[in-house]
Design a protein around this ligand. Structure first.
Ligand code: ATP
Ligand code: MG
Length: 349
């Protein structure tokens, strides 16, 4: 993409002096030959002047025509890309007869799940886990071990290759996608903010939410304190074309967004990157508010986030190799302390 722009600039740099100066060149030629013909007596001065005036009148329309052709070409190229995406059929769709997930308790069962992204590399192999309603479980594993993949499977951005995932006994593939995603909220490690106001970003899943509700969610997510200090408060536009927020601030906005939706099942993919201690405690408080009374899976790298959970699942080589409290795993599973040591090492590097 960048190369295409550079090439574009290059071609312009070479050709636009020619294109722009060609009319002047034409004028010089007309004057030269015309003048010569006048001297020969073949032409009158008035005729040259008239000819020249017509020539000038023609110039602008022809330049416009050139621009139009160029714009047409660009529009065609852009439209092709847009249609490519519009024509793309999603792989994951509601199966015929899919029903809505309602009145969720929040029992999640991974039943011998195998998963590959389709390139032959098996990411999850015989992944087996049972999470009770209302439980908070931390998922811990090396980087690349498939933690975020578990989150993607539970929200059905991909389907399992083998085995099954169920919520309250319903196989995910039997449920409608919109009801599933309404009930399973995800806070991603790299939260996405739209280029619009903070208020609209928080209310994204519930555009009808009142300003009071948005503020309450922001307050619970510990985001209110920095939002009110921004030049335009909740109306501050963020994202690509607006105010740039820090990673910790973006995460708190994402937490507020999820709080407003209040899903019975929550997955929190915690950012690996180091966040300063003050901000971290802010997020920690925000998270505590988020965890009450719902089934939660936190994908954790930091001990402070792991501490939020009542149980830790240790993921290695595609499946759960140990399950227990943080203290139990610390005492009995060498791999666990090893991974924690690596994670905290990465925080300081
Ligand atoms: P981290 O702690 O760094 O976030 P993770 O445990 O969340 O890691 P995943 O994102 O689940 O790891 O990825 C698990 C493996 O799957 C990795 O080896 C990754 O390269 C691979 N992977 C992830 N997404 C895709 C994809 N869309 N297509 C193919 N392979 C993928
Ligand atoms: Mg991840």
């Amino acid at each position: 993409m960048a190369w295409a722009y550079i090439k574009d600039a290059n071609i312009r740099a070479i050709w636009s002096p020619w294109v722009q100066n060609l009319p002047q060149l034409g004028l010089a030629l007309v004057l030269f030959f015309g003048g010569w013909m006048v001297l020969q007596g073949d032409l009158k001065i008035g005729q040259i002047l008239a000819f020249n005036a017509y020539l000038l009148m023609l110039q602008a329309p022809f330049m416009m025509l050139g621009q139009l052709v160029m714009m047409g070409q660009r529009a065609k190229a852009s439209a092709e890309r847009i249609f490519e995406i519009l024509d793309e059929n999603p792989d994951i769709v509601d199966r015929p007869g899919a029903y809505d997930l309602v009145d969720v308790n929040g029992a999640i069962v991974f039943n011998h799940v195998d998963f590959t992204y389709g390139n032959g590399v098996e990411i999850l192999t015989d992944f087996d886990a049972r999470i009770e309603p209302g439980e908070t479980v931390a998922l811990v594993g090396r980087t690349g071990s498939g933690k975020s993949t578990v989150a993607r499977l539970l929200t059905r951005f991909y389907d399992v290759s083998d085995g099954a995932i169920s919520i309250d006994g319903h196989d995910l593939r039997d449920l409608t996608l919109h009801s599933l995603r309404e009930n399973v909220g995800v806070v991603l490690d790299e939260p996405f903010l739209f280029s619009m106001s903070i208020r609209e970003n928080i209310a994204y899943g519930r555009p009808d939410a009142t300003l009071e509700e948005v503020e309450a969610a922001a307050l619970a997510a510990n985001a209110d304190e920095f939002i009110v200090r921004l030049p335009e408060g909740y109306d501050t536009v963020v994202g690509e074309r607006g105010y740039t927020l820090s990673g910790g601030q973006r995460q708190r906005i994402a937490i507020a967004r999820t709080l407003l939706l209040n899903p019975p099942i929550l997955i929190l993919d915690d950012a690996t990157s180091a966040i300063d201690v003050h901000v971290e405690s802010g997020i920690y408080e925000a998270l505590k508010g988020l965890l009450t009374q719902r089934t939660t899976i936190v994908i954790a790298h930091r001990i402070s986030t792991i501490a939020l959970a009542t149980r830790v699942l240790l993921l290695d080589e595609g499946h759960v190799v140990a399950s227990g409290t943080h203290e139990e795993l610390l005492a009995n599973v060498p791999l666990y302390s090893e991974i924690l040591a690596q994670a905290s090492g990465a925080e300081w590097s």
